[in-house]
Design a protein around this ligand. Sequence first.
Ligand SMILES: [Zn+2]
Length: 80
Amino acid sequence: MLTNTNIPLKSKERRFYMRGINEYGETTVQCRICGKWTPMTGTKLCDRCWELETRIERDPELARKILEQVDKRKGGTHGT
Ligand SMILES: [Zn+2]
C-alpha cells in the first residue's frame, strides 16, 4: 500500500481517495508516474499518463524531439 499523502487534493476528493476508493465506489491506486489517484488498477496509470505513455511508446524518438523543442521554448527552465 502506498502512503504518499503529499498530493494536493481538494478536501472532498481527499476524503474518498485516502481510502483508496473514489466517489463512484471504485477502488483507486496511485498513478505510477504522477501519483494521482486513479481507478485504473490494472495499468496503474491515470488517464493523462496513460494517454501520453501510449503515444510516446508508439514513437519515442519523435517524443524526444518534441520534448527538446518544448525545453528550448521554455529556455531550459520550468517557467510558469
Ligand atoms: Zn498520472
